[in-house]
Design a protein around this ligand. Sequence first.
Ligand SMILES: [Zn+2]
Length: 430
Amino acid sequence: MRYCARCLYPENARPTIIFDDEGVCSGCRYHQSRKTLEINWEERQKMLEQILQEAKDMAKARGNSHDCIIPVSGGKDSHFQVWLMTKKYGMNPLLVTFNHSYNSPAGLRNLENLLQKSGCDAIRYTAGLDSVRRVSRYMLETVGDLTWHYHAGIRTFPFQVAVKYNIPLIIWGEHGFAELTGIVSLEDFVEFTRWTRKEHDMRGYEPHDLIGKGGITLNDVGPYIYPTDEEIEKTEVRGIYLSNFYTWDAKEQGESMMREWNFSPVAYERDRTFNLYAKIEDHANDVHDYLKYLKFGYGRATDDASMEIRHGRMTREEGMEMVRYYDAREPSTLQNYCDFLGFTKKEFYALVDSQRDPAIWARNSAGEWEAQDAVFRHPITQSEEVQRVVQSADRTFAPENRHLYYNLKNPPLPLDDISLNKQSIKFRVL
Ligand SMILES: [Zn+2]
């Protein structure tokens, strides 16, 4: 396997990344491009102001009190989006949550915190647990994704609300695929469209494709049905990504939201990553991420360490240690999801068999699957040396960051809210 000479991504990373002549991946180049002077952030923020003013004017003309929708989960990004829009731009958002049911205590604590601190109006749709079970099980069997209903719901339900309440603007946070893999550039100014929703977020599936499969009914897929073109046109709703207008540094935003609005990280050792403040609201993320490892041979520690490396907060050596420690680990929540979805663990692993990428996985003589390579097996050569980024004084594992990144030698202090000090094996519906 070929690995990026700068970060730790393998060549088979999903969604697709491209390596250039120097062996550096498109995600690293994208990250670099965000720092170059060619992008005039001031000008972009003026553009954003204009879009927001338009939305305000439209809402006023419609006699609407809400000028935009912010989809929120209770994560650090939700906090930042709502904080920025209300405090800096004087928007009056309607917060919209699609409750996929796979909640962690930290997510629920932070969602409540967001409602308390922002004082905003909010709508929350809770998908029925039986529907969640059917859809989640079917998509796990078909594409190896038990969280398909998250992405489908989070990307669809806000549009249903926009149409229903005649609200012209939806404000998303980060264009995640761009930052991870650089498949679109900042110049593209991507907006949210029906196409990106289907291809990126819903793995090419529309909800109607699921009806009749695995006992799935129209009722089960109701929250995932996108409004018609006519409805979208009539509402004139558009979806924008804030990361097109602001430099997006997850650490900086996480810290500022802890300071401003008391957003909380967790204080326990997580199963799949050293990061203590990102995606902590998503209880199924550990299993979801483990599936990525079983399919492609890398997981969240690769994602998170690569980001730290790009920011110069971690060396390649430190990153490789994280990958070695976390990526292959079976999450302790796996049995709980197998029980909920009606599989044995053996059946779960058998399901993945046909989805393993032969570029990385092969069976050994005993018939067991074995990863054929890993980034930490590759020595650092001249090609990697020349690609090192300038190191920042802010180190991932510095004592002042101990509440943000789990350091085995210097773990975080316990938090006041005891539910944030110990991992919950079971998810919480409400
Ligand atoms: Zn890279």
